[in-house]
Design a protein around this ligand. Structure first.
Ligand code: DGL
Length: 270
């Protein structure tokens, strides 16, 4: 029926928004698992179980293609899902690769050997589960050499955003950037490796200063999805309407989503 977009909660709306702008004719089904957010403090098995359940819900809603618009799920569950769980005729894609291709100045699907790139000192801001998976460093090592990565687990930021407490989220961003700088005083690039963080992108950029190039995923993922659907148009499937599903309280989630995207978003119970 449509392309599915999954996140543990509201963060994937940053990806949904960019996709809806880039591909206005593609119907989307968004599933935010707000009842179980944040994923970033859960174990890999737990993240795998929750992510497969949510993805199945999106398959049941008629989606043949599901984007895990959640770095934590992409880092902790995607490979295992692709290796033994995704049914015939369905596809599940993550959000790491488009970001790493941009950081390493590569075109889609360029599988040439790793090479030197402009970014030498990269700060990665992500959830504790994403940081401990080391998935970012692994994907990067396939494509680039000589890049020093310092990862900062940003505890608390996702909870604050899900709770709508943007003052707390901003204070936490500043303290995580300070902690990163104690380990890497002069990063030349910073990766916002959690789909919730673009909601705080201005605050990250302000704390990092103007000399640090901040990579944020939403537009990169939208561009790479557009490219993928050009090559595999059958994955769009029929359907006309976008739908928003949540495992949380639909009224509360709708009002936060409307506040974040500055347009009316109405969630239904999943
Ligand atoms: N927004 C998700 C991510 O990209 C998940 C955050 C969470 O649930 O902890 O990592």
């Amino acid at each position: 029926m449509a392309v599915g977009i999954f996140d543990s909660g509201l963060g994937g709306l940053t990806v949904l928004d960019a996709v809806a702008k880039r591909l206005p004719d593609v119907p989307l089904v968004y599933y935010g698992d707000s009842a179980h957010a944040p994923y970033g403090v859960r174990t890999p098995d737990d993240i795998y179980d929750l992510t497969t359940k949510a993805t199945q819900r999106l398959f049941d809603a008629g989606c043949d293609l599901v984007i895990l618009a959640c770095n934590t799920a992409s880092a902790a569950a995607l490979r295992r899902m692709q290796e033994g769980w995704v049914p015939e005729g369905k596809r599940v894609l993550g959000v790491f690769v488009p970001l790493i291709e941009a950081l390493t100045e590569r075109q889609w699907g360029d599988n040439s050997p790793p090479r030197e790139v402009n970014a030498k000192h990269v700060a990665l801001f992500a959830t504790p589960a994403t940081v401990s998976s080391r998935a970012f460093q692994r994907e990067l090592a396939f494509r680039a050499i000589g890049v020093d990565v310092e990862a900062q687990a940003c505890g608390g930021v996702v909870d604050a955003i899900e709770d709508g407490d943007m003052i707390l989220a901003e204070a936490l961003v500043r303290s995580h950037v300070d902690a990163l700088r104690r380990k890497m005083p002069d990063p030349d690039a910073a990766v916002l490796g959690c789909t919730h963080y673009p909601l705080m992108e201005k605050e990250f950029q302000a704390a990092l200063g103007p000399d640090v190039k901040v990579f944020s995923q939403a537009n990169l993922v939208a561009e790479s999805l557009a490219d993928y659907l050009d090559r595999r148009p059958e994955m769009i499937g029929p359907g006309t309407q976008s739908v928003f599903l949540t495992s949380g309280d639909p009224g509360q989630v709708s009002s936060r989503a409307t506040q974040f995207l500055r347009r009316q978003i109405t969630f239904d119970a999943a």
